[in-house]
Design a protein around this ligand. Structure first.
Ligand code: SF4
Ligand code: FES
Length: 259
């Protein structure tokens, strides 16, 4: 905890910046006043209001994303003190407890192309969600009537999966997910499991399995289990990987005998 006396203190922030998608990154250091309630987003906002480096240079404010400010949208995901997490829910006092006396380092995620400073292009993740049809097909303005019943047992399994906010943390931490391959990653496997379980998502289950068994699919998972360690929503990702692996086996057998 930060004591009242410490609440007037500053903390040093080292930010890895990058001006354009193709330019080299460089570090800039800022000293920022903190309060007991400071989180990393609030520090970035303070810097934006007065973007002056520790050695007194006026610079452009660091570019970063934030929307919900309550760990729901995933847009503020970045690498803070070497660990991927959300800037809005990362409290400065916790970081100080983790590494007393050290500056806070902030870097953009490394598995997605940098657009500027801490903003990355996570289109790959959203394109993959489109590929697995991560939606319930209920288009239309007519009355579809009551939806199918979902048992409390199904809800118990599905609800944790539904909490995914597409932050990309699991992909950032995964050694298998690199910029030059097509690995889908734990988030996609887990979302496919969710929609395959949903009564209205089931009709597209085979189409999902085709994607999950193609290039970059489930067989490429190295089972490092880093994904489950960093997921801020505590989604049982390794369980989902196991379920999708078994579904892939069943689907292959079904496909073989239906030839
Ligand atoms: S599974 Fe967890 S870590 Fe991965 S994108 Fe969803 S919320 Fe983020
Ligand atoms: S701003 Fe939405 S998760 Fe941080």
């Amino acid at each position: 905890m930060i004591s009242p006396a410490e609440s007037t203190k500053s903390i040093r922030l080292e930010i890895l910046r990058q001006d354009t998608p193709s330019s080299q990154g460089y570090w800039q250091t800022f000293d920022v006043p903190i309060t007991p309630a400071s989180n990393v987003t609030s520090l970035l906002r303070t810097i934006s209001g007065r973007p002056v480096t520790s050695d007194g240079r006026n610079v452009a404010p660091p570019a970063y994303e934030a929307s919900c400010l309550e760990e729901v949208c995933g847009s503020c995901t970045m690498v803070i003190n070497g660990r991927v997490r959300q800037a809005c829910s990362t409290l400065v006092r916790r970081l100080m407890a983790e590494s007393p006396g050290s500056p806070i380092t902030i870097e953009p995620m490394t598995k997605f192309p940098v657009i500027r400073d801490l903003i990355v292009d996570r289109s790959r993740m959203f394109e993959n969600l489109k590929r697995i049809k991560a939606w319930i097909p209920i288009d239309g303005s007519f009355n579809l009537g009551a939806g199918p019943k979902i048992t409390p047992e199904q809800q118990h399994t599905m609800y944790p999966l539904s909490r995914c906010m597409s932050c990309g943390s699991c992909l950032e931490a995964c050694p298998q997910f690199t910029r030059d391959n097509h690995f889908l990653g734990a988030q996609i496997f887990s979302m496919a499991r969710y929609y395959n379980m949903h009564p209205n998502g089931k009709p597209d289950a085979d189409a999902r399995m085709e994607v999950l068994m193609g290039d970059g699919g489930i067989t490429d998972c190295g089972n490092s289990q880093n994904c489950v360690r960093v997921c801020p929503k505590d989604i049982p990702l390794t369980e989902s990987i196991g379920v999708i692996g078994r579904s892939a086996t069943v689907y292959s057998i079904k496909k073989f005998f239906s030839k």
